[in-house]
Design a protein around this ligand. Structure first.
Ligand SMILES: *Cc1c(COP(=O)(O)O)cnc(C)c1O
Length: 460
């Protein structure tokens, strides 16, 4: 922990219990045990509070998920009501519940055109795992059992289960579990800032889109089941595809009859200024995966949405579909997700992310581009990235052992801001409810922390 003041006995006690018994996601446990975990005890609006009374403005909406902000009464009440009336029952054995039926209809209303049947899971990873099983089943039903290979992209993040991690293209996720599994391939992604060289972003976008076509031809179109991709790559460093990229991808998928499964786990639910990233980029997916913003993180819930082609095949089959979780369509999670979507509609949060809130956020973000340490700012809706570089002109990065991104992130923590570092790319994804005043505070802190990082690195 970066605080200098002595910490309370209660905090110390929680840190000890945690260090002794809790395995954290994506964590080096030795380092964490030495430092002691930050204990977050409550949250309200866009602010988090830790056990030492520090307030942090949450520039990441948790993990890209708290669309409606923290502590909303409407969601708490919906969860409480469902917990009292139907704390649990499953959706196996010809049964449903009112909450999941109503949520399914609501999703059909807000999802991209044609996506109107939903399978529920508990996490984005399970959603992608389920999607892969659906796609394999689909091609078996079509009498094309050879179409089983999956193509995703380098730097993609699709989750951590064996299959979701195999789809993911962040290579540090693979060796510990000997992944990817056989049948999962990765092609280039449109990360122009890091890899585009002298090409224009559009040229580089087309080049990387065509790496999909090359891979399909190499594997044989008759063997390729689906292409899986996020509209904007989130955990890979907020990689925003240029104009023309998604048109070319869709042309290729149609030409070779490769299904397009779009992972909307981050881009869904207003994050890019429309309901889904597919709407923002003109994508017509065969199926989508959603989680995170679906419940604003208030309950664990995910959904795979099927378009007509795949949906009809599964719905009209005479076979029982052999898949489903104990908690698929859990009444409490469904009730909270439904209340979340209703609140987003009532407060016009998607319209605001695509309108006034999003414009103000993008304006404030672009103002950071004049900083000597900032090589580029980029964003869409309420997503933003800030590239920390050694040389602005040539997009030259700092030596990795300087840890520019981590330094900046640590300054943020110490100064009351949560901004994530992905390498030296600083990322923002605040709640959609953030006000102009709160954005002023967020960006003032961001500039201050970039200044402190520049000082550390001896720049300016
Ligand atoms: C977070 C994320 C996932 C995984 O979701 P979990 O709920 O953590 O399993 C999958 N895909 C994308 C694009 C994500 O950002």
């Amino acid at each position: 922990m970066s605080q200098t003041a002595p910490i309370s006995n209660q905090t110390k006690r929680w840190q000890e219990m945690d260090a002794a018994h809790h395995l954290h996601p994506f964590t080096t446990h030795k380092d964490l045990a030495a430092k002691g975990a930050r204990v977050i005890t409550h949250a309200e609006g866009v602010y988090l509070y830790d056990s030492e009374g520090n307030r942090l403005i949450d520039g990441m909406a948790g993990l890209w998920c708290v669309q409606v902000g923290y502590g909303r009464e409407e969601l708490a009440q919906a969860g409480y009501k469902a917990l009292k009336e139907l704390s649990y029952y499953n959706n196996f054995f010809q049964t449903t519940n009112p909450y999941v039926a109503e949520l399914s209809e609501k999703l059909a209303e807000v999802c991209p055109a044609g996506i109107d049947r939903f399978f529920f899971a508990n996490s984005g990873s399970e959603g992608n795992d389920s999607a892969v099983k659906i796609i394999r089943y689909f091609w078996n039903l079509q009498g094309k059992p050879n179409k089983k290979l999956f193509i995703a992209r380098k730097k993609a993040y699709h989750g951590v289960t064996m299959v979701a991690a195999s789809l993911s293209g962040l290579t540090h996720m693979h060796p510990q579990a000997d992944l990817p599994l056989p049948g999962f391939h990765h092609v280039d992604c449109p990360d122009w800032f890091a890899e585009g060289g002298d090409m224009t972003p559009e040229e580089y976008g087309l080049k990387t889109a065509r790496s999909l076509e090359e891979k399909i031809l190499e594997l044989g179109a008759e063997n390729v089941a689906a292409f899986v991709a996020e509209p904007i790559q989130g955990a890979g460093g907020l990689i925003i595809p240029p104009k023309g990229y998604w048109e070319e991808i869709q042309r290729i998928c149609r030409k070779y009859d490769v299904l397009l499964h779009v992972d909307e786990v981050i881009c869904g639910f207003g994050r890019t200024g429309k309901w889904f990233g597919s709407d923002t980029f003109g994508i017509e997916p065969d199926m989508i995966n959603m989680a995170k913003g679906l419940s604003s993180g208030y309950q664990p819930i995910a959904a795979v949405g099927l378009g007509k082609r795949v949906g009809d095949a599964v719905f009209n089959s005479d076979n029982e579909w052999s898949h489903g979780f104990t908690y698929s369509g859990h009444p409490v999670a469904a009730a909270v997700a439904l209340a979340n979507l209703e609140l987003m509609q009532k407060e016009k949060l998607v319209e605001k992310a695509g309108g006034a809130t999003g414009s103000y956020f993008q304006k404030k973000l672009s103002e950071l581009a004049d900083h000597p340490l900032v090589g580029q700012t980029r964003g869409v809706g309420l997503l933003g990235a800030i590239e920390l570089v050694k040389d602005k002109k040539n997009r030259t990065k700092f030596e990795s052992d300087l840890d520019a991104g981590t330094r900046c992130r640590n300054h943020c923590f110490s100064n009351g801001l949560i901004m994530r570092a992905i390498g030296d790319t600083m990322v923002l994804s605040p709640p959609l409810t953030i006000t102009e005043g709160e954005m002023d505070e967020l960006f003032a802190l961001a500039r201050k922390c970039i200044d402190l990082t520049a000082k550390d690195l001896g720049v300016a």
